[in-house]
Ligand binder design. Structure first.
Ligand SMILES: C[S@@+](CC[C@H](N)C(=O)[O-])C[C@H]1O[C@@H](n2cnc3c(N)ncnc32)[C@H](O)[C@@H]1O
Length: 216
């Protein structure tokens, strides 16, 4: 998304296997996890993130807590939702290596190898919360369809959607879809947006992490 290495938040593996600094999409998530144990630094970042604290506190308040964690990576976020949100969690991830890591590390969550776009497969779980943490840049072409499928299958559930936006001129990928939280929000219609949060994690360059909480 950005060619500026000093502010580029990801590991070398993410730059090689996900999106190159020139904005070319690679999308080899399995190759990424095979070559890098923790490509997003999530083993540390997941529990540090203030947005995740908001998510877990909302999950913990639900009368029934069944969480579908789409694009769960190595399962760090799923385990956080389980422990802090007191929830039953199913993590779904496209990379078999990441799912194997997740199963080994977090045996009290469930994990499956699948594309998030096949969300209808998980209807039997009757999730009361669906989390999409950092997934959307990976599935831009299927994003609208995924939201429509969530809308159809899981009415009444809470959707937690987090995404990082980069500062002016830094983003080189996906700009035809959205470049800011304001441009993203219409995609959630006809869901009800309950809350939005912006965490200015890189205040000097205008980049931010965002959270949308929507009622499906
Ligand atoms: C930025 S990482 C976020 C990981 C995790 N949600 C977290 O917050 O720590 C995005 C994850 O989505 C996965 N992914 C990419 N495309 C996917 C798809 N179509 N279905 C499921 N997972 C996918 C990637 O392999 C990667 O693990």
């Amino acid at each position: 998304m950005t060619a500026n290495d000093s502010t580029y938040p990801w590991s070398g593996a993410a730059k090689e296997y996900f999106i190159r600094p020139d904005g070319t999409f690679v999308g080899d998530f399995e190759g990424m996890y095979r070559n890098c144990e923790d490509p997003w630094g999530q083993s540390v970042e997941v529990s540090r993130s203030p947005l995740n604290r908001i998510i877990t506190s909302r999950i913990a308040q639900l009368p029934e807590r069944r969480v579908l964690d789409l694009g769960c990576g190595n399962g760090d976020s799923s385990e956080l939702f389980r422990t802090e949100g007191n929830a039953e969690v199913l993590g779904v991830e496209i990379s078999p290596t990441a799912v194997a890591n997740a199963k080994a590390r977090y045996p009290l969550c469930k994990f499956e190898v699948a594309s998030a776009t096949e969300v209808a497969r998980f209807a039997d779980m009757r999730p009361t919360a669906i989390c999409m943490s950092g997934l959307t840049w990976c599935i831009l072409d299927g994003f609208r369809e995924l939201l429509a499928s969530i809308e159809k299958r899981f009415p009444g559930a809470l959707l937690f959607h987090t995404l990082t936006f980069y500062g002016p001129g830094m983003q080189k990928y996906g700009t035809e879809y959205f470049t800011s939280l304001d441009e993203l929000l219409p995609y959630f219609s006809p869901m009800t947006i309950e809350e939005t949060f912006v965490h200015r994690v890189y205040p000097t360059d205008g980049s931010c992490n965002t959270l949308v909480v929507a009622r499906v």
